[in-house]
Write a protein that binds this ligand. Structure first.
Ligand SMILES: [Zn+2]
Length: 277
């Protein structure tokens, strides 16, 4: 049995502030071992539960944050960026039985510690078929297309609430309780590692592949914080304006839908000006 861990950093133990997750800062360096501790604990829990392989896919920023040398020797880690399925790269390899979202967070426009959807500020809302979408919700739809269940979600308490919507069966671990976008009541890495390992062990029983879900068509609407970003997004074929700061497009599969999403975010981030957005 093989488990894929998609590891994002905003929802990691102890993380509440932009510098905590901004590669190159001293504070990011300080938080990397706590992020690694969460991932390490999840992997150990899956092995405890009977998994014989764990692939960790780095899913934050430049996708080089975790400390490989602190992971269990049975773990393999996919590090670095430019991957077909981005945050859930690996699920398409055909041998994954369950996916864990570790260090996840709530979506743009929602309450939650460091809440955002892919771009930290420029995107103010994302909707999938009319429902407000977090990264967790979007990626859960992607993995469903491969017939792989989401079995574990970790992050702040509001991330766990969000996951009730897209992965009701999954085990959830809140490593911190939301106070504001930049504040949380945090539990120590020792405590959260124990909680995550125990939950992952239980979650292993949920790692049973099912018939792939063909749920399309998928309509994604995005709202930006500035009009010119919506205009920039329409460079991507199929993306059309739906309002002053909004665009939408429709994909027939989630594979296509998430890849178009990636094209939109890549073009939009290139159009952001440093001071004025
Ligand atoms: Zn994220």
């Amino acid at each position: 049995m093989k488990i894929l861990i998609s590891a994002d950093m905003e929802g990691a133990t102890g993380v509440t502030w932009p510098a905590d997750v901004l590669p190159g800062t001293p504070q990011w360096e300080r938080c990397r071992p706590m992020f690694t501790s969460d991932v390490r604990a999840a992997a150990l829990g899956f092995f405890d539960g009977g998994a014989d392989a764990v692939l960790v896919n780095e899913a934050h920023w430049t996708m080089r944050n975790l400390l490989l040398e602190q992971l269990d020797e049975r773990v393999e880690m996919l590090t670095g960026r430019h991957k077909s399925l981005s945050m859930v790269e690996g699920v398409q390899y055909g041998d994954v039985d369950g996916v864990a979202f570790v260090g996840y967070h709530t979506g743009a426009g929602s309450e939650g510690v460091l809440a955002h959807t892919y771009l930290a500020n420029s995107i103010t809302g994302v909707w999938l078929n009319g429902e407000r979408a977090s990264e967790g919700l979007l990626n859960a739809q992607v993995v469903a297309e491969y017939g792989v269940p989401v079995i574990l979600v970790t992050g702040d308490d509001l991330t766990c609430d969000d996951a009730l919507g897209y992965a009701p069966e999954a085990r959830k671990v809140a490593v911190k309780d939301h106070v504001s976008r930049y504040a949380a009541v945090c539990r120590t890495p020792t405590r959260t590692a124990a909680d995550i390992r125990a939950a992952a062990k239980e979650a292993t029983a949920l790692a049973v592949r099912y018939e792939p879900v063909r749920g399309g068509p998928f309509t994604v609407e995005l709202e930006f914080d500035a009009e010119h970003l919506a205009a920039a997004a329409t460079v991507v074929p199929g993306v059309a304006p739906t309002g002053e700061r909004r665009v939408a497009y429709t994909g027939t599969t989630m594979y296509e839908t998430i890849r178009t999403f990636k094209a939109v975010t890549t073009i939009v981030s290139a159009a952001v000006e440093e001071q004025y957005g």
